[in-house]
Write a protein that binds this ligand. Structure first.
Ligand code: TRP
Length: 450
């Protein structure tokens, strides 16, 4: 018998655990800042509701209906061969994401370590402008330093995957995620009392519609899918553990709302701080934003070091629960396709990352940051291709399969739990999955290139 999630809370918590990660805390604020603040937030929320939730329900339906992982579920439902090849895209996307995600997890580890030793706050002179920017930029400027930290989290990741303590980590995250949430509420309270908090809130919540361009729309779409863990079939596997009584639409709504809430809370923390401490301009934006801004907020709280340790510790766990879920895509692929043992598959999937994430880490360093592809560093290029191209294309295929090719009545059965409950949204969802999602995602993708 297949294992099932024990309780309703457990199943939602596990799915939220996969969704909440560096995507919400590190990536979202940086994207929002680069894409015009409130205008981006608005598009992101629209993408979550109109596209993210229907795609999530489709992944859930496939997983619970197919009772297996991404490839197996397609097979069990009798899909013909070409559908499985969508899986190849997922493996590619997961691998590209791992390359840069590990680097950011490495930064998190460094900041956790420096919070523990206290060196993060040593010699910080709040009279100089942006002291933490100097610290962070100095840290990533040295590619070797950043790489070492990346290897440490890579080793942690391999350890968790090899020794099968995954379950333990997930149970830990079920306790730590609510704690992270409470912590963010506290920080939000502090940030909103900062001097220029209202300017930050204005930037984050009052949209300037002239900022909306096709590229901003694509970035919002990518962020929504990245943050909700969509487009690589990961949630197919999660849903295969759902009991037959789970109401898929309600679960998708709960998970998406919680995930969005974490992102929005981050915005409400970061932008008041950005305005108050004048953290805009060259070298202050982009990937290092959170690492520059949050320590500033902590120095304005009594017990600075303690808050800092707690935050980076929780972020580290959130990052690890996400890296193990992303790694599993390549590992499962190697195990199934080449009939490798677990240990071999883990090592074969993970060891090349030593090289690839070193390249990513160095691409942000002083010596290599001028190597650019279409204006982006290698780090940003991988992120762009995986998040904004692969995840949306994967989702289009998923919607086309579920909407048009899955066995007749399949989606209806899954949404109504085989007729046990009535689904008020079935027709709307089917319409979105068949027409709106594939067409709209396609148009947003094409819009950027014309
Ligand atoms: N959603 C996670 C985050 O926000 C990252 C992640 C985990 C992910 N699993 C995924 C992204 C699957 C895309 C697909 O950090």
């Amino acid at each position: 018998m297949k294992a099932k999630f024990g309780s309703k809370i457990g199943l939602v918590a596990a799915t939220v655990g996969s969704a909440v990660g560096l995507g919400n805390i590190w990536r979202f604020p940086a994207e929002a800042q680069a894409n015009g603040g409130a205008a981006f937030l608005l598009l992101y929320i629209a993408c979550v509701f109109l596209l993210g939730i229907p795609v999530m329900v489709s992944e859930f339906a496939l997983g619970r209906g197919g009772q297996s992982d991404a490839v197996g579920s397609f097979k069990n439902l009798g899909a013909s061969k070409p559908w499985w090849s969508v899986g190849a895209l997922a493996v590619l996307a997961s691998y590209m994401i791992l390359c840069f995600y590990m680097v950011v997890a490495g930064w998190t580890f460094e900041y956790l370590w420096q919070s523990i030793t206290g060196s993060l706050y040593d010699g910080i002179d709040s009279a100089t402008s942006a002291p933490f920017a100097a610290k962070m930029n100095g840290f990533i400027a040295d590619g070797w330093n950043a790489s070492i930290n990346t290897y440490i989290v890579l080793a942690l990741n391999i350890g968790i995957l090899l020794f099968g303590v995954r379950k333990g980590i997930e149970r830990l995250s079920n306790i730590m995620m609510p704690l992270l949430f409470i912590l963010l509420l506290v920080f939000c309270g502090v940030a909103l009392t900062l001097d220029r908090a209202s300017d930050g809130v204005e930037f984050f919540l009052n949209p300037d519609f002239s900022k909306i361009t096709p590229r901003v729309a694509l970035n919002a779409l990518g962020q929504a899918f990245f943050s909700l863990s969509l487009g690589m079939g990961i949630l197919i596997t999660y849903a295969s553990y759902y009991p037959p009584t789970t109401i898929l639409t309600r679960t998708a709504l709960t998970v998406s709302l919680l995930d969005m809430l974490v992102a929005i809370l981050m915005g409400m923390i970061i932008f008041p701080a950005v305005m108050t401490f004048n953290l805009t301009g060259e070298g202050l934006e982009g990937a290092s934003l959170v690492f520059i801004t949050l320590p500033e907020v902590f120095t304005h709280m009594p017990g600075t070091q303690l808050w800092s340790i707690l935050f980076f510790l929780l972020l580290m766990v959130a990052a690890l629960t996400s890296t193990i879920s992303i790694s599993e895509v390549s590992i499962a692929f190697l195990q199934d396709r080449f009939k490798l043992s677990r240990v071999k598959a883990v090592l074969m999937a993970m060891l090349p990352l030593i090289l690839f994430s070193t390249i990513c880490a160095y691409s942000q360093s002083d010596s290599f940051s001028d190597i650019r592809i279409a204006g982006m560093t290698i780090f940003d290029t991988l992120d762009f291709l995986a998040t904004n191209i692969c995840l949306p294309i994967g989702s289009i295929f998923l919607c086309i399969y579920v909407g048009w090719f899955a066995p007749k009545g399949f989606l209806y059965r899954e949404l109504t739990n085989d007729g046990d409950v009535t689904s008020h949204v079935f027709n709307v969802l089917l319409f979105i999955v068949r027409y709106v999602a594939p067409i709209l995602i396609g148009l947003i993708l094409i819009g950027v290139f014309i």
